[in-house]
Ligand binder design. Structure first.
Ligand SMILES: [Zn+2]
Ligand SMILES: [Zn+2]
Length: 259
């Protein structure tokens, strides 16, 4: 697997951090993990083959995770040569994605659902416990409900005989989530705040590192960084609390994920 960080930021505009999006290349196909308003442009900027993207995962309906969906569907429609694309684009994630897109679509008849290739939607209600889902052939996937929004979901994907990646997206502290993320080769974990977080629905550094201690990922990638992190060295602060490999996400960072 290969991961490209498209956006390590949040809903707050930042000069060096786009809002949430990650490009994941697997043996089974490419997946965009969250699609913020910045995501379509960031994929182009990183020279990624976005017109042949296989799947999009939307973790929840906060706009810093899904506001790029309508512009992406509007944009891909007008990509030169797109009429040759025959394979479907699969959009997976929380409940409400189609409702949001339909509302936009109906406002000005954008034709977001009329593409030259098939569009398939798979929305999942928050499960009681971890739940296997079908995503792409050759990839096993599971979802888990997170204490952030009613609809918010974490995702765990494993390549056949290959590595496992877990993406928490936005979340409050949850030991269940630590168990869900256990022994991942890469855990992409939100770490919104340094300390004194203003809400229980996000993590601050101490929460994130406690979660890492329980989950024991091979590599931990801390993301969803609010501007207050500009004044703090996240990696050295993380190392004081956990002796594993912790990285601070930056836009454009590329990671090879091995088993
Ligand atoms: Zn967010
Ligand atoms: Zn959120």
């Amino acid at each position: 697997m290969k991961l490209v960080v498209l956006g390590s930021g949040t809903s707050v505009p930042h000069p060096r951090r786009a809002s949430a999006a990650f490009w994941l290349e697997t043996a089974a196909g490419s997946i965009l993990l969250d699609c913020s308003a910045d995501a379509p442009h960031r994929m182009a900027q990183e020279n990624l083959d976005w017109a042949n993207l296989d799947a999009i995962w939307i973790s929840h309906l906060h706009l810093d995770h899904c506001a790029g969906l309508a512009p992406f569907l509007f944009g891909i429609k007008w990509m030169p040569g797109i009429d040759r694309r025959k394979k479907p684009l699969r959009i997976f994630g929380c409940e409400g994605i189609q409702k949001l897109l339909k509302a936009t679509d109906q406002t000005n008849n954008y034709g977001l659902f009329e593409q030259p290739f098939p569009l398939a939607f798979h929305e999942f209600a928050p499960p009681e416990s971890r739940q296997p889902v079908e995503m792409l052939n050759g990839l096993s996937a599971e979802i888990f409900s997170t204490p952030h929004r009613d609809e918010s979901l974490a995702l765990r994907v494993t390549e056949m005989n290959g590595p496992t990646l877990v993406y928490s997206s936005d979340t409050g502290y949850s030991e269940g989530l630590a168990e869900f993320a256990r022994s991942a080769d890469l855990l992409i974990l939100e770490c919104s705040f340094y300390q004194n977080k203003p809400t229980a629905k996000h993590l601050e550094l101490a929460d994130a590192m406690l979660l890492a201690q329980l989950a024991e990922p091979a590599t931990l990638l801390l993301t969803h960084l609010y501007p207050e992190w500009d004044a703090v060295n996240l990696e050295s602060e993380a190392r004081r609390l956990w002796d594993g490999k912790a990285l601070a996400a930056t836009d454009g960072l590329i990671l090879d994920v091995d088993k």
